[in-house]
Design a protein around this ligand. Structure first.
Ligand SMILES: Cc1cc2nc3c(=O)[nH]c(=O)nc-3n(C[C@H](O)[C@H](O)[C@H](O)COP(=O)(O)O)c2cc1C
Length: 323
């Protein structure tokens, strides 16, 4: 019996922040949300690590929020899971259910350490297992379950997503995001937006187009060319959470406010402040500093200072010197 009766929340806009491991931490998500992202998604998380953390927490009274950190201001908030062991999947889904608004399932990661465990993009070639995964999720939780996938594994099978999408729809998946590159492509070449159009024509559920959106105009063009319901932005939002508000304005009015390097550097201080509330590793914070300050004058020297910074105060001083 299917428990997943969950309907998607109402989204306030059409642009979503993509899940990005090591990048879309709770502080960046919050900033994107504050600036108009209609949905934010956690970095992908192993079902096995959720189960193990939950077990370790035992009866301490502490919750999985210590591991999957977020703030309520981020809502609607989606948690992305990967892994294909049915028992762990069901348990992990139930563990996260009380805390999130959507469960997103990852079938896009091309990294060999993930695909080797029959997870991420490797699943595109395993329609039977995929059906069991969707069914297990739908039977385990009432939250809406969504899917994010690549087009295929290699150029020859780049239409695998079409069969998977049918299966997903039959098994109560409520929304599908497509990054139309193949796993073997990595990030090379360009994403083939015509595949998003194909997906939109073949399913009834909302389609989220993803891949190579760096400007508001890109977002508008993707919607126009593919008919997708929403767009999802990854790399374009790195160090640039302003892009969501710009996309919203562009879609509504045809114009948008411009932001410069100085605005992004200022935004870094908001990031630094927000990130101090979470257990984000300092090297990750430094990487974010690099992204927010891209393009400043004297960037090479600033990069050296960021690299050398030993704590948050030193990092702030380094960036302040270039603000
Ligand atoms: C650093 C990095 C980490 C990523 N981590 C994830 C992830 O955890 N889960 C996921 O589904 N996709 C992940 N992706 C893929 C993005 O969500 C997105 O599909 C891809 O970057 C294409 O969109 P873009 O062209 O807007 O960047 C990651 C991408 C990058 C660059």
């Amino acid at each position: 019996m299917s428990r997943s009766s969950g309907m998607l929340p109402r989204f306030e806009g059409r642009a979503f922040l993509a899940p990005m491991a090591g990048v879309s931490d709770p502080a960046l998500r919050l900033m994107a949300r504050r600036r108009g992202a209609a949905l934010v998604v956690t970095e992908f998380t192993s079902i096995h690590s959720i189960v193990a953390r939950h077990r370790a927490l035992g009866r301490s009274g502490r919750t999985i929020r210590e591991f999957l950190e977020y703030s309520d201001e981020e809502r609607p908030l989606s948690v992305q899971l990967f892994g294909s062991d049915m028992e762990a999947l069901a348990r992990a889904a139930r563990i996260v259910e009380p805390y999130f608004d959507i469960i997103d399932y990852n079938m896009g990661c091309p990294a060999p350490h993930i695909t080797k465990q029959m997870a991420g993009a490797a699943l595109l070639q395993n329609e039977r297992l995929t059906r069991r995964i969707f069914r297990t999720l739908a039977e385990s939780v009432e939250l809406p379950v969504t899917l994010k996938m690549r087009a295929g594994v290699s150029q020859e099978d780049r239409h695998l997503f079409l069969d998977i999408a049918q299966t997903a729809q039959e098994e109560n998946i409520r929304m599908i995001t497509l990054h139309p590159r193949t796993a073997s492509q990595g990030y090379s070449g360009t994403s083939d937006w015509s595949l998003i159009r194909l997906l939109k024509r073949s399913v009834r559920v909302p389609v989220v187009g993803n891949g190579d959106i760096f400007t508001p105009e890109d977002a508008g063009r993707m919607i126009q060319e593919t008919g997708c319901d929403y767009v999802m932005v990854g790399r374009g939002a790195m160090g640039n959470p302003f892009l969501f508000g710009q996309i919203n304005d562009y879609l509504q009015t045809g114009s948008y406010r411009r932001y410069g390097v100085r605005d992004r550097v200022e935004a870094f201080f908001e990031y630094l402040d927000a990130s101090s509330m979470y257990n984000i590793k300092f090297p990750s914070v430094k990487s974010q500093a690099m992204r927010f300050t891209r393009g400043v004058e004297g960037a090479a020297r600033l990069r050296e200072m960021i690299t050398a910074a030993r704590d948050r105060a030193e990092l702030a001083r380094a960036v302040r010197a270039f603000a």
